[in-house]
Design a protein around this ligand. Structure first.
Ligand SMILES: [Zn+2]
Ligand SMILES: [Zn+2]
Length: 291
């Protein structure tokens, strides 16, 4: 592992070989079916679905209950069979499905205490919150959930690394900048959902947003730009990281091709051509991937 006090080595073929050995062999991984689907991601709504032999989880519920039901139906699933919902923070683009899913259907919500309190206040609902302390790890069936703090303008926002027997999935959206801690926590990811919120020039030129909103987005507790996402990708690249989904794109201040180009070109430049870079959409689910 990288020592926090040392300068991190740049990614290399040698590192890749070492990293690969740490994870289950292909023959072992084939026996466990883990499926992951981004049901939608953008600055107005975020929701993903993870299914393992033991659990069915949503990561955030940032669309209406009806939308989430429809999107789950597109992969032949229903909200009623969910084991739980993991919540990163209380902003509505991550929580707006909770009045139906958590309050009405009583699906347990895994979050920290401050996030539950803020969400219940905003949505005027009560739900069954199962609390973790930010920074702790816990098991949900055969998934180990690592939680870590991210710098964002919410009560106690977190990112996740979901460790399954088939591979690890990192969630890194809604953060103003990537701290050293954040980079260390998502480094074991095989698949990473990474925020690429805005293109700096499109945000600066945008006429709809007042200056104060732009300042908030650009602040150290705001959102990652395409260039900042490229920096994160470069810093955590490894032989185990196989796929990056660029998420939380702003509809007005970004374009999928700009986000993909910013991150893809950076990875090309350092020779990390084994990583697939895809953009997500708020309007439709991504194809399901089997880990
Ligand atoms: Zn958000
Ligand atoms: Zn947010």
């Amino acid at each position: 592992m990288v020592n926090g006090h040392q300068r991190e080595p740049r990614w290399s073929v040698r590192n890749r070989a070492l990293d690969v050995e740490r994870f289950p062999s292909p023959s072992y991984r084939r026996r466990v079916s883990v499926q992951f689907t981004i049901l939608g991601s953008g600055s107005s709504g975020n929701c993903a679905y993870l299914e393992t032999p033991e659990v069915r989880l949503l990561i955030d519920a940032g669309f209406s209950g009806r939308q989430i039901r429809e999107r789950l139906a597109s992969i032949s699933r229903t909200p009623e069979t969910l084991t739980g919902i993991l919540l990163t923070h209380e902003h509505q683009d991550h929580t707006q499905g909770l009045p139906v899913l958590a309050a009405k259907l009583r699906i347990p919500v895994y979050c920290n205490r401050l996030t539950q309190e803020a969400t219940e206040r905003q949505l005027e609902v009560r739900f069954d919150g199962r609390h973790f302390v930010t920074g702790a790890s816990f098991d949900l069936g055969d998934v180990t959930v690592d939680t870590f703090s991210v710098p964002h303008d919410a009560q106690d926002p977190v990112g996740f690394l979901l460790r399954t027997r088939a591979g690890n999935i990192g969630f890194l959206t809604d953060l103003g900048h990537a701290t050293k801690l954040v980079l260390e926590r998502v480094r074991p990811a095989h698949l990473l959902v990474l925020e690429a919120n805005h293109d700096l020039k499109l945000l600066q030129d945008d006429t709809k947003r007042p200056w104060s909103t732009k300042q908030r987005i650009l602040s150290r507790h705001g959102h990652l730009s395409n260039a900042a996402a490229a920096d994160v990708a470069e810093q955590i690249v490894s032989g185990t990281l196989a796929r990056i989904y660029l998420g939380h794109l702003s509809r007005d201040c970004n374009r999928p091709e700009l986000a993909r180009a910013a991150v893809g070109e950076r990875l090309q430049r350092i020779g990390a051509t084994h990583i697939a870079v895809e953009s997500t959409s708020q309007d439709a689910p991504c194809a399901t991937v089997t880990l």
